[in-house]
Design a protein around this ligand. Structure first.
Ligand SMILES: [Zn+2]
Length: 133
């Protein structure tokens, strides 16, 4: 059995069906219209272990050569968008602060990060992030 093969509820916590939410972006046919939408789709990609999409949405200037998300000890439990700055459909840059709950080897943990995004030729990309302690 494949875990998280095709979830009904989108992992990003939008309350929408995955098919009508991040799936559209994961198919790489529709671009996320805002930095927040891209952030959500990247979180969902981590939750569903779609390393290809995480790399696809990463700006080439900071993108790692490869990414391995196959370690199944890490389970992403939920995303909260804390704040956004810019990142709208008319912006070229944006910041999204988020909190992501996860479990590693059964222990609960939380990642709080301020991520930077840029938009180039109509596509948003993740640039980098500042993790808060
Ligand atoms: Zn979603």
């Amino acid at each position: 059995m494949t875990k998280h093969a095709f979830p009904t509820d989108c992992p990003c916590g939008s309350g929408k069906n995955y098919k009508d939410c991040c799936f559209m972006y994961h198919m790489e046919k529709v671009h996320a219209p805002t930095a927040e939408a891209l952030m959500r789709s990247r979180y969902s990609a981590y939750a569903l272990r779609k390393a290809d999409y995480v790399l696809y949405s990463w700006h080439q200037s900071t993108r790692p050569a490869e990414l391995d998300l196959s370690d199944d000890r890490t389970k992403w439990m939920g995303l909260t968008i804390v704040a956004t700055e810019g990142g709208g459909e008319a912006d070229e840059a944006g910041i999204v602060e988020f909190a992501a709950k996860y479990k590693i080897g059964g222990r609960a943990a939380k990642l709080v990060e301020k991520s930077r995004f840029v938009r180039e030729k109509g596509r948003w990309y993740y640039v980098d992030g500042q993790v808060e302690e």
